[in-house]
Design a protein around this ligand. Structure first.
Ligand code: ADP
Ligand code: MG
Length: 252
């Protein structure tokens, strides 16, 4: 895999938000989220993530992990509590400011979510077109990020011509091409075999080492235990442990 060659000079600069130290790129203070039915999906969650950290979020299905990701993306607003992301007060963010805010965050999902009728190049270029990057720059940026994820030479392939691991690498390139300071991954290896899962995780580790703050929701016990990163365990909407160089907690 090629070394990272992303231009790190063009990041969005953060405005200072409410609360949190200048090193914190994500803060949650007493955040709760209730849906119209059932117990709260998150219940009084507080958490700080420093710029440049790599954090695993683990926990049983239904424990509130995806709800947390959606709150960070402002796809949802909390029932209670404060959230800041890269200096933005996410809870009070005006609707018209959401698109600009979202440029701070790259996101990767379990099911890849690629455009099926577009090729690899177009899937990645799409993210740049949305924010009106000039075509000249797109032609430079897309090949650069595709070579970072090891897909140089596959520009013309359609998603269905690629393996799951390759599709997820396209999704990762799309998430990163606009050079966001934060990357959120919700079960990025959930549909991948062990070899491809490792490749994606190693890539995430490299991307993190080049400065991107990364949160990864995962069930992959073996990888979490091997990588020795910060591990936050969520259970029924509550953080039950938060450990530097942690491992996967056995619940049973
Ligand atoms: P996880 O990602 O850890 O599996 P989720 O955040 O998806 O957990 O869900 C947490 C809880 O919230 C679960 O009990 C789930 O059923 C509930 N939930 C999630 N989304 C909704 C929704 N849109 N409406 C109602 N309940 C929801
Ligand atoms: Mg989930």
């Amino acid at each position: 895999m090629k070394k990272l060659a992303i231009d790190r000079g063009k990041r969005h600069t953060a405005k200072r938000g409410a609360g949190g130290s200048s090193n914190d790129v994500i803060t949650l203070k007493n955040v709760s989220k209730s849906y119209s039915t059932g117990a709260p999906a998150l219940n009084g969650v507080s958490l700080n993530v420093k710029r440049g950290e790599f954090v695993f979020i683990v926990g049983d299905s239904g424990s509130g992990k995806s709800t947390l990701i959606k709150l960070l993306l402002r796809e949802l607003t909390p029932t209670d509590g404060e959230i800041t992301v890269n200096g933005y007060d996410v809870v009070r963010l005006k609707r018209r400011k959401i698109p600009k805010f979202r440029r701070n965050i790259g996101v990767v999902f379990q099911d890849f979510r690629l455009l099926k009728d577009r090729n690899v190049y177009e899937n990645v270029a799409f993210a740049q077109r949305i924010i009106q990057v000039p075509t000249r720059e797109i032609r430079r940026n897309v090949p650069a990020i595709l070579s970072v994820v090891g897909l140089a030479g596959k520009y013309k392939a359609k998603p269905k011509q690629l393996s799951g691991g390759e599709q997820q690498r396209v999704a990762l390139a799309r998430a990163l091409v606009n050079n966001p300071p934060i990357l959120l991954c919700d079960e990025p290896t959930g549909n991948l075999d062990p070899k491809n899962s490792w490749e994606i995780m190693k890539l995430l580790d490299e991307i993190n080492k080049s400065g991107t703050t990364i949160l990864v929701v995962t069930h992959n016990r073996e990888i979490v235990n091997a990588m020795q990163k910060r591990v936050i365990t969520v259970k029924k909407g509550i953080i039950i442990s938060d450990e530097e160089k942690g491992g996967y907690i056995d619940e049973d």
